[in-house]
Design a protein around this ligand. Structure first.
Ligand code: 6GU
Length: 225
């Protein structure tokens, strides 16, 4: 999978995408992330990419011209399955969306700043708008990093058995059960006996019960559908 990210702050994406599973996905050649600095594509002086909003009011808006030039340059090079705009008024991102996007070949992600991007870019180029939750971030970059991480780890071959996504919270619509490691007795706090029983069927049953219990207690909304 190839992901092209349009941003005015490419450095903000270095660290989140440069370690651990995201690093491995890229060095294995299963994921390519290309960042493009919007300022390199502006026809305006001094790298200007934003301007005052028509109608007045506080806050700058990202101008359509630099975005259109960069989006069209990328679209001339390959076909994109989705052109995604990261915005707090987008559709809430969830595991189902991550699963679906992980099967795509080419994605473009546009990170907004300030008051956002000119509406005409959303109407004419963007095919999907994503929010990562009901709060406001300073820009779309950290949200884009979240989305790329969630998608990237699902690309076939990225995770091995040990890190398998199959038992993640949300993957089966339930929260994950509790986990324990050595020692079996830490300060008198004991690991549940069933996990030491060596009986895989009992362990599976216990984990499923615990997942259900956790979901009922913490996220009953997940059990509604
Ligand atoms: Cl995608 N962008 C920004 N700026 N804030 C957000 C968001 C995105 N998702 C939640 N808050």
């Amino acid at each position: 999978m190839r992901i092209d990210i349009i941003t005015v702050l490419p450095e903000l994406l270095d660290s989140p995408l440069g370690h651990s599973i995201m690093k491995r996905a890229q060095s294995k050649g299963l994921l390519e992330v290309h960042r493009h600095n919007l300022r390199d594509y502006t026809p305006y002086k001094q790298g200007q990419v934003d301007d005052y909003q028509f109608g007045g009011g506080a806050g700058m808006v990202m101008m359509p011209e630099p975005l259109a030039l960069l989006i069209e340059k990328l679209q001339a090079e390959r076909t994109y399955d989705e052109v995604i705009y990261m915005t707090p008024d987008g559709k809430n991102f969830d595991q189902k969306t991550a699963n679906r996007l992980s099967l795509k070949g080419n994605l473009m992600i546009i990170c907004g700043h300030y008051k956002g991007i000119d509406e005409r870019i959303r109407q004419h180029f963007v095919t999907m708008e994503i929010s990562i939750g009901d709060y406001v971030l300073s820009g779309g970059e950290l949200a884009a990093a979240v989305v790329v991480d969630a998608i990237g780890r699902l690309i076939p071959g990225v995770l091995n058995d040990e890190t398998s996504a199959l038992f993640d919270s949300h993957q089966d619509g339930l929260l994950a059960p509790p986990v324990y490691t050595r020692p079996a007795d830490f300060r008198g706090w004991k690991v549940p006996d069933v996990l030491l029983s060596g009986d895989p069927k009992k362990v599976d049953e216990w984990r499923h019960e615990q997942a259900l219990k956790r979901t009922e207690e913490r996220r009953p909304d997940l059990l509604e559908d």
